[in-house]
Design a protein. Structure first.
Length: 254
């Protein structure tokens, strides 16, 4: 995984926020309006970190690696050698999944932490913990989802994954209906909001909680942790069922 070309593509993705922030700081820094009782700069920088990492870069990195987690072995006709070993096929899947997510989570968290420092450590350590939790959860969940896509549509996993990211995790996750509760992004936003414990000014707090929070970050309690885990386990379970039922002869292509 770390010796191929894809790792450099992921590294390039993860360097973009750092280059952007470095360029802005070199040109004079940020200039935010001041308002009494409202940390506009801290909120803006926190939103930037969330949108860049759990909402964007994690999806791209997980798509690049998750879609080829087993589909790459199928294309190279090497999957049969892994499955010929005396171990259950689900253990092969689980081992590759854990190794991939560990590397991706480590890279994204490192980049995010550096970006957090460049942003001036907005809103304290709780915000770093909130974005870190949602970033790591995004890596584990999206890798499992895109692994399943790679098995179901190996030739079109990347375009189908991009459509899924835009249509489901981008659009449907902010639709004010029950459908947004079926997306990972909804729970990641709720997780970040809950862990950060952001206190809004009284003049906008009531309006936000009534009009925006129910569909932007409405999940609460332990659901923000176990629902993404359920999504990941469900995707891995279906993937394990697929590889258990299907046979891949040496002569089979993709």
């Amino acid at each position: 995984m770390v010796g191929g070309k894809k790792i450099w593509i992921v590294a390039l993705f993860l360097s973009l926020p750092l280059l952007l922030l470095g360029g802005v700081l070199a040109s004079g820094g940020f200039d935010f309006p001041e308002e009494e009782g409202v940390d506009i700069e801290g909120m803006a920088m926190s939103a930037f970190l969330y949108l860049m990492y759990p909402q964007s870069l994690c999806i791209l990195a997980c798509l690049l690696y998750g879609a080829s987690l087993l589909a790459g072995e199928i294309e190279d006709k090497t999957l049969v050698y892994l499955f010929a070993r005396r171990m259950p096929r689900w253990k092969v899947l689980l081992g590759k999944y854990l190794a991939t997510t560990a590397v991706l989570a480590g890279m994204t968290l490192t980049s995010m932490s550096l970006a957090y420092v460049l942003c001036g450590r907005p809103m304290g350590s709780k915000m770093w913990l909130a974005v870190s939790a949602s970033t790591a959860t995004a890596c584990f969940t999206y890798t499992a989802v895109f692994c399943l896509l790679g098995l179901l549509v190996p030739r079109r996993a990347i375009p189908v994954g991009l459509i899924y990211a835009v249509a489901v995790e981008g659009f449907l996750s902010v639709v004010p209906a029950v459908v947004n509760e079926l997306t990972t992004s909804y729970y990641l936003r709720s997780m970040a909001w809950q862990v950060a414990g952001v206190e809004l000014p009284a003049k906008i707090s009531e309006d936000f909680r009534r009009e925006a929070q129910p569909f932007l970050a409405g999940a609460g309690g332990s659901a923000v942790f176990w629902v993404p885990a359920l999504f990941a386990l469900g995707a891995l379970g279906v993937s394990a069922w697929v590889i258990h039922r299907r046979q891949w002869p040496l002569t089979e292509g993709v």
